[in-house]
Write a protein that binds this ligand. Structure first.
Ligand SMILES: [Zn+2]
Ligand SMILES: [Zn+2]
Length: 270
C-alpha cells in the first residue's frame, strides 16, 4: 500500500481553494502516514484567462506548514515541498528561490507547464499537426533539465498527453521513445527521480503519468527514484486511485517507492 502522497496543492496555489488543513485531514482519513504539500510556483506565468499568476507566498506557506506539523505530530508526517514550473528564462529566479529556501524544503518537483510561454493546458497551444506540439513539449522538458538541477523529481513527465487526448488528438508514447529516452537518461545521470502522478486517471486517461511504457523504460535505464502523488487540488482527491499504484510499480519492476525528507530520498516497500 502507498502511504505517502507526494504531490498535493492547497489554497496557496492559484488554482486551488482547499485549505492546507483539509488536505492533511483527508490524508489521515485515507490512512496515509505522510503528506507532502507541493504548492505551485511558476515564475513568469503567461497571460492567463482565469487571472492566475501561480506565485507563491512562500514565507507564509512555510510558516503555516510548520504550525501544522507541530499540531499534527503523532497523527501524520507533514513535509514541505513545492512544485516549480521550469522555463529557461526564469533560471535566475529559480536559483535564487532555492538558495533562499533550500533548508526549509523537504522536496522539490520540477514541472513543464508552459512551452514558448504558452499554457499547454489550452487547445490554442496545439498546432494542426499535434505530433509537433507534443514533441515540442518533450523537447522543452529536455531543455528545462539543462536550465535547473535543484529538484528531487520531475513532475508528470507526459502531462502533454492529457490536453492532447482531451482535444481529440491521438497520443501513443511509442511515437516519442527517442526523446523519452533522452529525458530519462538525463534525469538518471543527474541523480534525480520522477513521479507516478495519478491525476492522469482523474483526467480520464487510461494511465497515470507517465504511461507504463515510459515508466518501464525508466526502470530499464536504471531509474530507481519514484515518488507517488495525486496532484490533488481538492481534498476528495488526496491519494486518488492509489490502490492501482502497487500493480503499476510491480509491472515496471520497482520493489520500492520513494519519499523525501530534507531533499534526501528514502525507499519504502509498498
Ligand atoms: Zn504540474
Ligand atoms: Zn501539481
Amino acid at each position: 500500500m502507498i502511504k505517502a502522497d507526494y504531490h498535493t496543492h492547497s489554497v496557496f496555489s492559484s488554482d486551488s481553494n482547499e485549505p492546507l488543513r483539509n488536505q492533511i485531514e483527508s490524508a489521515i482519513d485515507k490512512g496515509l502516514d505522510c503528506i507532502c504539500l507541493t504548492d505551485h510556483l511558476d515564475y513568469d506565468w503567461c497571460e492567463d484567462p482565469e487571472g492566475f499568476d501561480f506565485m507563491l507566498d512562500t514565507d507564509n506557506y512555510i510558516d503555516c506548514i510548520e504550525l501544522l506539523k507541530a499540531e499534527y505530530a503523532g497523527k501524520i508526517e507533514i513535509r514541505t515541498g513545492v512544485e516549480l514550473g521550469i522555463q529557461p528564462q526564469v533560471k535566475d529566479d529559480l536559483d535564487a528561490f532555492v538558495n533562499k529556501y533550500t533548508d526549509k524544503l523537504d522536496f522539490i518537483i520540477a514541472s513543464t507547464h508552459l512551452v514558448d510561454h504558452m499554457d499547454v493546458y489550452y487547445e490554442s497551444y496545439f498546432e494542426a499537426n499535434a505530433d509537433k506540439s507534443i514533441l515540442k513539449y518533450l523537447e522543452a522538458t529536455l531543455d528545462n533539465l539543462d536550465t535547473f538541477d535543484e529538484f528531487s523529481v520531475y513532475g508528470h513527465l507526459d502531462y502533454i498527453a492529457r490536453p492532447a487526448v482531451k482535444y481529440g488528438y491521438a497520443y501513443d508514447p511509442n511515437d516519442y521513445m527517442d526523446i523519452y529516452d533522452a529525458i530519462l537518461k538525463k534525469i538518471i545521470d543527474m541523480g534525480k527521480g520522477i513521479e507516478i502522478n495519478t491525476a492522469g486517471f482523474k483526467a480520464g486517461l487510461s494511465f497515470a503519468h507517465p504511461h507504463s511504457i515510459v515508466l518501464k523504460r525508466y526502470k530499464e535505464l536504471g531509474g530507481e527514484i519514484i515518488t507517488v502523488g495525486s496532484d490533488a487540488h481538492e481534498s476528495a482527491h488526496i491519494a486518488y486511485d492509489f490502490n492501482k499504484v502497487p500493480d503499476i510499480l510491480a509491472n515496471a519492476g520497482f520493489k520500492y517507492y520513494t519519499v523525501f525528507e530534507g531533499q534526501k530520498p528514502h525507499f519504502l516497500p509498498y
